[in-house]
Ligand binder design. Structure first.
Ligand code: UTP
Length: 296
């Protein structure tokens, strides 16, 4: 552990966006409650936190999104109903879900951007390093992406963000990382971030490494966010505060093992559904057989 590192105990899940890419499904239901197989997106993110050793989770929500809090609350009537029908293990699973993490929530009163959403969690996070997980990005792989970032923070005492290579012709869809050549640290290749560029043209992109939706940030990010002026789309962008942090301190990018799906996008959602359904213990083999026979 680096002498500057403090234990990472908290995570912030910004979940106050409007989910316009998924309308009309997200008109009355939060995007984060859309289910991949049988679990809503937000549950994948909370489970990733817990699997990464983080049990204090701050949900940043907005009007009309209380279904997320209900999802992680006890449901005594449902539990007794399931027990009365002989479904004790399902009742137990519902109880475990309610005890999964220590959840607190804070409201973002207007959707003023991802950076603004993270800033709303300042009082609940305090002077500690914390993870940020975008619930609409679902990550699969042998080790949780957040855990990988926690380990980088513990080794370096610096912030780190998850990155993924993308084809050059697609860089204009992503935030792209301008970075130094990689250095090796505890068997991992880390890229020191020089700058971040939102959606560059392919011939202007400084690299083909994109920002993925998992961050491990020092508490100083809040000061940068407070000073960040509205940027692209009139929103307070987390990326703008990260650019300042990277310039004045050290911020690493790391290509996490595993795959990232943008489940806030229809195609990404379908791709994630297929991968998770194929990996599902109960459904996997019959789903695979059905896919093989699918006449297209
Ligand atoms: P997105 O841009 O993917 O989410 O924001 P969105 O705005 O909900 O969706 P579209 O693009 O209109 O379909 C990335 C993350 O930041 C959160 C979102 O909930 C999502 O997890 N966010 C975004 C906020 O919490 N507040 C905001 O003001 C903006």
């Amino acid at each position: 552990m680096n002498a500057r590192s403090k234990p990472v105990r908290k995570a912030v899940l910004p979940s106050a966006g409007l989910g316009t890419r998924f309308l009309p499904a997200t008109k009355a239901i939060p995007k984060e409650m859309l289910a991949l197989v049988d679990k809503p997106l937000i549950q994948y993110a909370v489970e990733e936190c817990v699997a990464s050793g983080i049990e204090d989770v701050v949900l940043v929500t907005s009007r009309g999104k209380s279904a997320m809090e209900d999802h992680f609350d006890r449901a005594p009537e449902l539990e007794s109903f399931l027990e009365s029908k002989g479904k004790a293990s399902l009742a137990e699973a519902m109880r475990r879900l309610a005890g999964l993490a220590r959840l607190r929530s804070v409201r973002q009163q207007e959707p003023l951007g991802l950076g603004h959403a993270v800033l709303q969690a300042r009082d609940l996070v305090g002077d500690e390093p914390f993870a940020v997980l975008l619930g609409d990005v679902v990550m699969t792989g042998p080790q949780p992406a957040t855990r990988q970032l926690v380990e980088i923070y513990e080794a370096t005492g610096d912030g780190a963000i998850a990155a993924a290579p993308v084809p050059r012709e697609q860089v204009s869809l992503y935030g792209i990382i301008d970075h130094d050549p990689p250095i090796e640290r505890d068997g991992r290749q880390l890229y020191r971030i020089r700058d971040l560029v939102e959606k560059p043209a392919p011939d202007e992109a400084p690299s083909t490494l994109s920002i993925v939706g998992r961050y491990l940030l020092p508490p100083e990010i809040f000061g940068y966010l407070e000073r960040t002026k509205p940027g692209r789309g009139g929103e307070i962008q987390l990326t703008d505060a990260l650019r300042q942090l990277a310039r004045e301190r050290t911020l690493w990018a790391y290509v996490c093992q595993g795959k990232a799906y943008d489940a806030g996008d229809k195609l990404g959602f379908l791709e994630a559904t297929v991968e998770l359904a194929l990996a599902d213990g109960e459904l996997g083999s019959s789903f695979r057989a059905w896919l093989r026979d699918l006449k297209i």
